[in-house]
Design a protein around this ligand. Structure first.
Ligand SMILES: *Cc1c(COP(=O)(O)O)cnc(C)c1O
Length: 368
């Protein structure tokens, strides 16, 4: 693995991931930090790029498809990349409390990093629309949680106002440090592949992540670390696709709660990234999302959350358009354990219950 040599090999400390120091330390010359910045880290980043063998094979044409599995960050989503930056900068500024609106992962990540930096974490979530695992995390990490009768967009509107009214640092992706931290995922991909992929497939909610990837790909390209820029393929859920229809969706609906957002704050940045990369934005249905989610689990051994599977669902929708011999990266934004309800309701597993502890009976059921 050249990645291990190029990146991790530089850090000979005895810390986790064979010396990986966390993404701020690893990429500090690319980030707005100084020696004065207190680095608040849980050793996020350095997530695996995993070749999707079964899906690549089914598409054929010499195409290589990888998953950037950002669900393996410390709190289980890519939000940690942005949060280590946002919280470190908040700490540097003397901030005592942070606030965010969240569909779940931002709150889990904000709570973990804020508490680690000895700050209070206030989170507003849409009542009833946050996956169980994410709620559990925010509770355990010691967030102060307000569940509002309203959706994510309403929650974001409120926290934006509150951060102006009170001494609170807003850590949603309108916070520019979030995108700075998140752009490191693009660096990692290029460091490992030796070049940018031809396509980057990614789910879009507030569209901060796609904007951050573009920032990262452009910076590395300008520094001649890659010879090309990827085409950005951004996917939303059909019932929650403001960037596809170019209009605000008042009541976004989708099983993929992490991207259930009707009025993305990073809309302008995302459209610019799409235009500059000659990319495509489209929707995928919840059925397509679940089908990709199941395939990732049972064919590739990768358990991601439904929102993350939108990237692979989108790729499959565009499989006829994939150029021969291309390299594609699908971003898997969050860990499947975040949303156990979805997993239990949506799988093709054989699950026999109430069986006697009897080998004959069991072998009969298994057809042995
Ligand atoms: C936040 C999130 C997204 C959406 O990212 P944006 O930056 O809001 O577009 C997608 N998937 C998961 C799992 C998330 O937590």
């Amino acid at each position: 693995m050249t990645f291990i040599k190029n990146i991790v090999g530089k850090f000979t400390g005895s810390e986790s991931k064979n010396g990986w120091p966390g993404l701020i330390e690893a990429y500090k010359k690319w980030l707005p930090v100084t020696s004065q910045t207190p680095i608040i880290t849980l050793k996020e980043g350095a997530t695996p790029l995993i070749e999707l063998l079964s899906i690549s094979k089914s598409i054929g044409k010499g195409v290589k498809i990888y998953a950037k599995y950002d669900g393996l960050n410390p709190t289980g989503s890519f939000k940690d990349r942005g949060m280590t930056m946002a919280i470190s900068k908040a700490k540097e500024d003397g901030c005592k409390a942070v606030i965010c609106a969240s569909t779940g992962n931002t709150s889990a990540s904000a709570a973990a990093y804020a508490r680690r930096g000895d700050m209070r974490a206030f989170v507003l979530i849409p009542d009833g629309y946050v996956a169980q695992g994410k709620l559990a995390q925010a509770l355990v990490y010691g967030a102060e949680i307000i569940a509002i009768k309203g959706n994510f967009d309403k929650a974001l509107e409120l926290v934006q106002k509150m951060s102006k009214e009170f001494p609170l640092t807003l850590v949603n992706s309108v916070n520019p440090y979030r995108l700075q931290g998140q752009k490191t995922a693009a660096f990692e991909i290029i460091d490992e592949l030796g070049n940018a992929p031809d396509w980057l497939c990614i789910p879009m909610g507030n569209a901060g992540n796609i904007s951050a990837y573009w920032l990262g790909f452009k910076e590395y390209f300008e520094a001649k670390k890659s010879t090309k820029l990827p085409k950005l393929m951004g996917y939303q859920a059909k019932g929650s696709a403001p960037l596809v229809y170019n209009q605000i969706i008042d009541e976004p609906k989708t099983i993929a709660t992490a991207i259930r957002i009707g009025n993305p704050v990073n809309k302008e940045k995302a459209y610019k990234a799409k235009a500059e990369s000659n990319g495509t934005f489209d929707y995928v249905t919840d059925d397509e999302i679940i089908s990709a989610y199941k395939r990732l689990g049972k064919e590739e051994g990768i358990f991601c959350e439904p929102a993350s599977a939108a990237s692979v669902a989108g790729l499959l929708k565009y499989s006829n358009n994939i150029p021969e011999n291309s390299t594609i990266v699908c971003v898997l934004t969050g860990n499947g354990l975040k949303d156990p309800d979805c997993a239990i309701k949506n799988n093709d597993a054989s699950f026999y219950t109430g069986i006697n502890p009897d080998m004959k009976e069991i072998s009969k059921i298994l057809g042995l």
